[in-house]
Design a protein around this ligand. Structure first.
Ligand code: BV8
Ligand code: ZN
Length: 258
């Protein structure tokens, strides 16, 4: 069933010239990738994601944390981009100056055709040494762990320290270049579309506010209320894979590939 988009939202996209799209875990939910809010299962059930995604957790129990990330990587590998990811790529194709900023550590935007997403929180596909930061090879698919398994992280070929996931953990600084690009884009855009984020993690949650403060219009796509409701001029309540294709079709009349 086609999601009905209010004409003002379509008009905002149709007349936008410099667009920023900010995405969170919600855009990958319909691809079967659990969001951060989704309860953890199995071995990790007694942990909340925020506790596991910390340098301290890796220090205390590296096999538990590495197992969790390897399981998440296997989930992402089996997932497919959905119509929400495809619609974002269509906006980029239509408006080449569009900047895509994501908090997601999966590669579903790239697999949907987005050329250069700004990964604020790193990637599951870029492990590196926890000692010398030397990039490490991705473990072989065959070694993918079943859900809820401790897996010892590999060792660095250079200094033999433990390899860690290439993501930004809580308490760690974001990659400066990525943060600068996101803030610059937000500061100079005329429309920012925020999709599938709870807007609770900083400094990422500040990006839509930067855009609004500097006069841009914000559209939020989320089935639920978030603290960004107050920042958004238009709140589109619904799942990204249904709302985004409808928004693109309403703005430019070209129907999205199913
Ligand atoms: C730092 C990578 C300092 C790892 C992640 C200011 C105020 C308060 C706290 C802080 C602050 N500044 C800093 C902090 C501390 C902290 C923070 O923000 N804490 C919060 C929780 C209170 N921030 C940090 O620690 C940051 N670092 O500050 O460093 C510093 C500075 C200099 C030098 C040294 C240190 C680092 C933050 C990054 C952490 N890493 N990810 C990994 O993935 O394992 S964060 C991770 O969680 C995700 O990347 C994402 O950012 C966040 C989850 O949020 P969402 O993506 O929004 O997902 P969520 O599950 O929450 O919600 C899903 C949403 O989708 C929901 O709204 C739902 O309704 C919606 N939805 C569901 N289905 C759909 C849908 N929407 C559309 N369609 C659907 N189908
Ligand atoms: Zn090393």
């Amino acid at each position: 069933m086609e999601h009905v988009v209010p004409p003002e939202a379509a008009a905002l996209l149709a007349r936008a010239r410099r667009v920023v799209v900010v995405t969170g875990a919600g855009i990958s939910a319909e691809s079967g990738v659990p969001t951060f809010r989704d309860a953890l299962t199995g071995l990790w059930q007694r942990f909340d994601a925020q506790a596991l995604a910390t340098p301290q957790a890796f220090e205390d129990d590296p096999d538990l944390v590495w197992g969790w990330y390897e399981w998440r990587r296997s989930t992402v590998r089996r997932a497919r981009p959905n119509a929400g990811h495809t619609a974002v790529a269509a906006i980029e194709a239509r408006l080449p100056g569009t900047v895509l900023v994501t908090q997601n550590v999966d590669d579903l935007h790239e697999r949907a055709g987005s050329r250069d997403p700004v990964h604020l929180h790193g990637s599951l596909l870029a492990p590196r040494c926890s000692g010398c930061s030397r990039p490490a090879p991705l473990p072989d698919v065959a070694d993918e762990p079943a859900e809820g398994r401790r897996v010892p992280p590999p060792r660095c070929a250079g200094c033999a320290a433990r390899v860690r996931p290439g993501v930004v953990w809580f308490g760690e600084a974001l990659p400066q270049a990525a943060l600068d690009r996101a803030v610059e884009a937000a500061a100079s855009c005329d429309l920012l579309v925020t999709v599938g984020t709870s807007g609770l993690v900083y400094p990422a949650a500040e990006i839509p506010r930067v855009a609004a403060r500097l006069g841009a219009t914000v559209i939020q796509v989320n089935p639920d209320e978030t603290p960004l409701d107050a920042v958004a001029e238009v709140n589109l309540r619904g799942p990204a894979a249904r709302v985004l294709p409808a928004l693109v079709a309403a703005a430019w009349g070209d129907t999205m590939p199913a």
